[in-house]
Design a protein around this ligand. Structure first.
Ligand code: GLA
Length: 662
């Protein structure tokens, strides 16, 4: 499952720079504005725009018609001004005529309701008609613009995320299941349909998991998630193969939503030349920087540890939260440079010019309603100049990580079903808690799939892997046997790939690894409840575990039902944590495990809220706080942002950043 890179890469588009720009939707504006746009883009150092993301209705106003003139002029305009184009296939927003003439292209939700046109992403991944029209427009775009000198990259569709429970999806679901199971008996066995009398006697009885009276069969739902991810991927691959045939030298991407539940991004990333992501941390979130770092670490890991593309972020507020806060002065710069520190070679936005109409008119743009004099544009301009100044030293460089966090969509899907013991356990939140502990301990972290080669890492952390395949379990055992240190959180190794509980309630090989003799019961905690352990408090979950005689170390629960039983267990280099320790305690535990494994923080003694990342030869230091801080950076360096020489220590003001070269 490790990503092979043979085709073109992001480097073919960046050519030694950091790409800077964003989605450009000029069809919303009269052509005079386009000329104003390129002037302002050039002044801001914009070197890349993404065109055509939502242009299908304009490119194909009636079935089979083509209107390319406006796009010809834009491609030329960009090229004349030295701005590269990431050209999108417009297939995430089919024109209204498609739904009107071909209602079967519209997806249905689990209640059978149609998702009509009038927004976007209203296509059925399983519709032959949709796929045919999408392939045709992609073919014509690739033929027309494949040789255009402005073209730097292909952007397929946009944030693939549409589920479909409709009739055509039912047919492709059955086909997918036939390929997977071969026989109906095998399907019935894998899904455990003996429970509640769900055995299927004919393939036509197998449907998407539509609205039902009570809890649905969890393996059915799990397979439907797998199927949906695969069908959307099939749509991507069809278009990718078309553009690749025309332009084998131009890299291809599609933009992920961060840690989005519907898409097995490990699998998808294997099919991309460039891994890209859209990232919108909440400016008010006190842990916004960490949630950004998490997505950046994950995206870089999906890119095999190499450079990746920040396809979209917001220069100011978004408009889809309950309350949408602007970015305070300096925050856009700080979070953009954080992405570069963590491996981005492209810093782009949704969108260039803020819309005056439509659903996202209150979502910021690089140039906002306030125009050229507005703070947003002025800050964008400053950032563009800085990225141009450091781009040559940064682009292409990799980031080393001794620590990996394991993450798997299939495990998330299986663990998030109805009928589990606690709805308080939110998988992304659990992962965030563990990543936060590593981030606050200044340990540079990668993400990995549980079946990846783990030998590059000294420390592997499993926040929670409810479902583990046999191959993954063997991989973990081999990792520890080979000298690796493994720290695992609760509710790990419970189910096999069909979501069948493993004998003993937790895989026997893992129990042996961690020194667990018997797992008697799970004791989930209520919201706000905690459990006392020796030296810390646990939250969310606890477990009634009996340690094996060969466990090396036990930190017990104190008081209550679990008094004296192990909250934390260690056997050799394998740790098991049966609750979620409070943040400082989890950080302490991982700091200790890391130190035992020989992993050191990027810098010692960093003040709280200061992040440090090494990228190639460069050391990025970022102050996420509003107060001035002094940071010890032994040696003599040059700050590439200011040109100043820095010896042994550095002062960073509110949201300050230094990029040090030694
Ligand atoms: C997503 C989409 C964009 C835009 C932004 C802002 O990332 O890809 O088209 O809608 O969100 O909300």
């Amino acid at each position: 499952m490790t990503r092979e890179r043979t085709g073109p890469t992001l480097a073919d588009a960046t050519r030694g720079r950091v790409l800077f720009g964003g989605d450009y939707n000029p069809e919303q504006w009269p052509e005079e504005v386009w000329h104003e746009d390129v002037r302002l883009m050039q002044a801001a150092g914009v070197n890349s725009v993404t065109l055509g993301v939502f242009s299908w209705a304009k490119l194909e106003p009636s079935p089979g018609a083509r209107e390319f003139g406006w796009l010809d002029r834009l491609m030329d305009l960009m090229h004349d001004h030295g701005i590269g184009v990431v050209l999108a296939t417009p297939t995430s927003s089919p024109p209204p005529w498609m739904g009107r003439l071909h209602p079967e292209t519209l997806p249905r939700d689990e209640n059978g309701q149609i998702e009509w046109w009038g927004s976007r992403q209203h296509f059925s991944h399983s519709s032959d008609t949709y796929r045919r029209y999408a392939a045709a427009i992609t073919e014509d775009l690739a033929a027309r613009y494949g040789g255009h000198p402005a073209l730097t990259m292909w952007h397929i569709n946009n944030e693939y995320c549409t589920f479909d429970w409709g009739d055509e999806a039912a047919t492709t679901f059955r086909d997918w299941l036939r390929r997977k199971y071969g026989t109906l008996d095998a399907l019935n066995e894998a899904w455990g349909t003996a429970f509640w009398g769900q055995g299927h006697g004919d393939w036509d009885e197998v449907l998407p998991p539509r609205r039902a009276h009570y809890m649905k069969n969890p393996t059915h739902v799990l397979d439907f998630r797998r199927f949906t991810s695969d069908m959307l991927l099939e749509c991507y691959v069809i278009e990718r193969d078309i553009v690749r045939r025309h332009t084998p030298h131009i890299p291809v991407t599609t933009n992920f939503m961060p840690m989005w539940v519907g898409q097995d991004a490990w699998r998808w990333a294997e099919e991309e030349d460039v891994v890209s992501v859209d990232l919108y941390p909440d400016p008010r979130d006190p842990l916004g920087a960490q949630s950004g770092a998490l997505v950046q670490d994950m995206t870089r890991s999906q890119a095999g540890g190499g450079p990746w593309m920040l396809m979209e972020q917001a220069a100011g507020p978004v408009n889809w939260r309950g309350v949408n806060h602007p970015k305070p002065r300096g925050l856009n710069r700080l979070w953009s440079l954080q992405a570069v520190a963590r491996g981005a070679d492209a810093v782009c936005y949704f969108q260039w010019r803020q819309s005056r109409q439509g659903a996202e008119k209150f979502h910021s743009g690089m140039i906002g309603h306030a125009g050229e004099q507005g703070r947003t544009y002025q800050e964008v301009k400053r950032l563009g100049a800085e990225l141009a100044a450091i781009g040559g030293q940064v682009a292409g460089h990799r980031i080393g990580a001794d620590v990996a966090v394991l993450f798997d969509w299939h495990s998330w899907w299986a663990g998030a079903q109805d009928g589990r013991l606690s709805s308080e356990v939110d998988h992304p939140q659990v992962v965030r808690s563990w990543h936060r502990a590593l981030w606050e301990a200044h340990l540079t972290t990668a993400f990995a799939h549980p079946e990846h080669d783990l030998s590059p890492y000294r420390l592997v952390v499993v926040p929670q892997l409810y479902l583990l395949t046999d191959a993954a379990i063997e991989n973990l055992l081999a990792y520890v046997r080979g000298g690796g240190t493994l720290v695992s959180g609760f509710l790990t190794g419970i189910a096999d790939e069909d979501d069948r509980v493993r004998p003993g309630g937790m895989d026997a090989r893992l129990r042996e690894l961690f020194g667990i003799r018997t797992l008697h019961e799970w004791w989930p905690l209520d919201a706000g409840e905690d459990v006392e352990c020796d030296g810390f408090r646990g939250t969310l979950w606890s477990e009634e575990i009996e340690a094996a005689a060969d466990a090396d170390e036990i930190v017990p629960y104190k008081g209550g039902e679990l008094d004296g039983l192990p909250a934390v267990l260690r056997k050799g280099r394998a740790w098991y944590v049966s609750t979620l320790p409070e943040p400082a305690e989890l950080r302490g535990l991982l700091t200790r495990a890391a130190a035992d494994a020989g992993v050191r923080p990027v810098l010692e003694g960093l003040p709280d809220g200061v992040e440090a990342v090494r990228r190639g030869e460069l050391l990025f230091v970022l102050n996420h706080g509003r107060d001035e801080v002094t940071v010890v950076v032994p040696g003599t360096h040059r700050d590439l942002l200011t040109g100043a020489e820095v010896t042994d220590s550095l002062i960073l003001g509110r949201y300050g950043v230094a990029v040090l070269q030694s």
